[in-house]
Design a protein around this ligand. Sequence first.
Ligand code: ADE
Length: 241
Amino acid sequence: MSWHATILTLFPEMFPGPLDVSLAGRALRDGKWRCEAMDIRGFATDRHRTVDDTPFGGGAGMVMRPDVADAAIAGAMAGGETEGDTRPLIYLTPRGRLLDQAMVRDFAAGPGLVLLCGRYEGVDQRVIEARGMREISLGDYVLSGGEIAALALLDACVRLLPGVMGAAESAVEESHSAGLLEYPHYTRPAEWQGRAVPPVLLSGHHAEVDRWRRAQSEAVTRERRPDLWNRMQVAGAQAPA
Ligand code: ADE
């Protein structure tokens, strides 16, 4: 059985979208993963296909009804699986835990994901609790819905599936997994608009190149992402103080 993504959304036409091209698209056509988008509105029960309602307690915006979201989740889980569906159930929301590469690695190693994309103000909290959903955020900014976050999460997972990435991309992945930002890259020409490539990269000394790259990675991580840098120190990775 290939890695199976089911996306619950009000805009199923957004999938696979950009995941139909490049690496993920080829993997999709090769059957290395499956992408199934289900329209939440199809699980509404009234004449008007209502999926949302005004928030109790007042306030702006609309909230997705728990009964409709729950029916959609049941529909996703019943999607032809023989045994119980063990895929993690994820609700994409700016209130969630921040997605990181360790979570992505975990998800890619599993059977797939069921992703609930919210619109409006959010989803009734009771269905999130009742279904034991994991709330995940892409970052500290607000998207107009979970769909673009779902596409990003799926892209990050799919590239890690066996046989999807070439050897070159795999090496890049390893450097990212080290918990540091990447060193800068250069290619021909060796001089461009009066700017020279760092001489060490033309030296042919592999150990020197490795040392330089490591130092660049550490400097850029310390400067741009003190959070990552401090986490590395705490984790006891070998890094100078
Ligand atoms: N939906 C809206 N904003 C989001 C974000 N930052 N991450 C995940 N899902 C979202």
